[in-house]
Design a protein around this ligand. Sequence first.
Ligand SMILES: Cc1cc2nc3c(=O)[nH]c(=O)nc-3n(C[C@H](O)[C@H](O)[C@H](O)COP(=O)(O)OP(=O)(O)OC[C@H]3O[C@@H](n4cnc5c(N)ncnc54)[C@H](O)[C@@H]3O)c2cc1C
Length: 327
Amino acid sequence: MENRFQELKDVFPGMKSNISLRDNSTFKIGGMADYFYETGDSEELKSVIKFCKDKGIDFSVIGGGSNILFSDNGYRGLVIVYKNSFGKFDPVFQDDDKVYLKIDASVLLSEAVIKISNAGYSGFEWAVGIPGTIGGAINGNAGAFGGSISDNIIEVSTYSVGEGEKVFSKEECDFRYRSTIFKKTQKHVILSGVFSFVKEDNSSVLARVKANIQKRAEKQPKHFSAGSIFKNYEGRCNRKLYKKYPELEKFSENELVPAGYLIDRCNLKGMRIGDAQIDQKNGNFIVNVGNAKADNVVKLIHIIKKEVNDRFGILLDEEIKYIGEFK
Ligand SMILES: Cc1cc2nc3c(=O)[nH]c(=O)nc-3n(C[C@H](O)[C@H](O)[C@H](O)COP(=O)(O)OP(=O)(O)OC[C@H]3O[C@@H](n4cnc5c(N)ncnc54)[C@H](O)[C@@H]3O)c2cc1C
């Protein structure tokens, strides 16, 4: 391992070894990464990835670490953080009504919301308060309050060692509810996206941002977390269940049953294993109330999946990404 590290450090002097992943996730959970590199530069990102492929070093590219559960055993390979507080926003084109901007995947989503809304461009108001980067948000088609990152996307630029740089049209990204081609195949690293925004008076845009901050404050837990653990269930439930749980009807219009509702009906809110707890307010959040281990979270996830399946015949699917080895 020492030799491997030296090899990496010789080419990339900022390379680090034995870095806590706990400190690089919003969950504050996880062991050590063998190697660790943070960059906000897309050329450097491509070089590091190519080097790893050539040398057979396992790697994982992350952004803000806000939708990840790292293993307690850490990661045997290189974790690359692609994040930049001064990431680029390049104007591509504008007409009377719209502006088209190319935004680097390394840019923090929170920074993009503020910059874009302040400029009087509408389109990212829904995203206020979501941690992480533009790259992470594109990868998982992040969304809230009826909006999602796919709403404004025109195209996405990516890199992979096999295919080099490749631009995906919106259709090719295959955006679905919390799903994309990138999340499914995990073959391409996202470098940037071109987005369209509608020009509007900035006081109206900022008023909507403010309203969403308020809504989020009411429903979002304050403890460390990785956001929603599960995707909401897409589809209708078994007909018999509508008799037993008439309130299910209200979800049938858009055929998306909130995971939080299902977890609540299983009376699981507040359940705790170690320092991991199913949030008292929002059942789809597991929170770290102290020094939770990934293993505690995994046990809670198993319990939730079993209880929801037993009661509703629904197998919940995780929204979070597991990184590292899990038993
Ligand atoms: C308090 C809280 C509230 C949240 N609220 C919401 C919400 O309302 N809506 C919502 O959708 N999500 C929400 N999330 C989850 C999370 O913030 C989003 O999913 C976010 O978009 C993840 O971005 P990230 O940069 O942190 O990705 P990470 O967590 O770092 O990574 C997530 C996945 O994306 C991949 N990835 C990251 N960057 C790239 C890249 N450049 N190229 C290719 N793959 C990449 C990683 O490999 C990993 O598989 C919330 C999380 C928290 C902690």
